[in-house]
Design a binder for this molecule. Structure first.
Ligand code: TYD
Length: 208
């Protein structure tokens, strides 16, 4: 199932999704958009941050379950994605099921993340920020926190998984009309912002 007015930004670490969300938040139309991100700020999301920081080491399968649990609350919890869309808002989020299919696809194989994520509604618009890991890692090397997936080898495999997963959605009837836009994430941020707005401004909510 696809949810109208639901938009997802995806890409490997350092691809620039958060920068674009920041730019989008500055638009006057942003009052009609609910913004959030995964992992969320909720209890499971906070626990995931500790895992991502390397403080706690878990079996990769457990981590896949936790991402799905965090997502369940994000989607169906009170004030979550479904509620916001039903209240007539657009929803824009940084990362979603495609992150699990790509990152956990590398760490624990494709099957489990697929099973855990099959029931979540799909966005009507998905932006994939494509970039090679050498370039993306250069961008994030000055951050003070380094997370467990932020290395060239892991991100090379993750990018490959993303491309495979998106190809599957493009060719599959269960993608239910989800529009996938691949962005060359090495372009100047102003140019990317224009491309993004050209698509978001076409959502039903901004047409009515
Ligand atoms: P990220 O958006 O990169 O946060 P920040 O830039 O603030 O560190 O997300 C954190 C990490 O979580 C990123 O490496 C991808 C990973 N992740 C998964 O592995 N699976 C998932 O399902 C999600 C949502 C994120």
């Amino acid at each position: 199932m696809t949810l109208d007015n639901f938009v997802v930004f995806e890409g490997i670490d350092g691809a620039g999704t958060s920068t674009q969300i920041k730019i989008l938040k500055e638009r006057p139309e942003s009052s009609r958009i609910s913004f959030s991100a995964e992992p969320t700020e909720g209890p499971t999301g906070r626990f995931l941050r500790e895992i991502l920081g390397g403080k706690i080491e878990l079996n990769p399968k457990t981590t896949a379950f936790l991402f799905a649990a965090d997502r369940a609350e994000h989607v169906w919890g009170k004030g979550g994605i479904v509620d916001s869309v039903n209240e007539g808002k657009a929803v824009v989020i940084d990362r979603y099921i495609f992150s699990s299919l790509a990152y956990q696809g590398v760490s624990c194989g494709k099957e489990l993340p697929r099973k855990l994520n099959e029931d979540f509604p799909l966005p009507s618009l998905l932006f994939f920020f494509d970039i090679n890991p050498e370039t993306s890692l250069k961008r994030i090397k000055n951050r003070d926190v380094t997370e467990i997936y932020e290395n060239n080898d892991y991100l090379t495999q993750t990018r490959k998984q993303y491309l495979e997963v998106l190809e599957e959605y493009k060719n599959n009837s269960h993608s239910d009309g989800m529009k996938i836009v691949t962005i060359d994430a090495t372009k100047p941020k102003e140019e990317i912002a224009k491309i993004i707005w050209s698509h978001i401004s076409n959502l039903p909510i901004f047409k009515s």
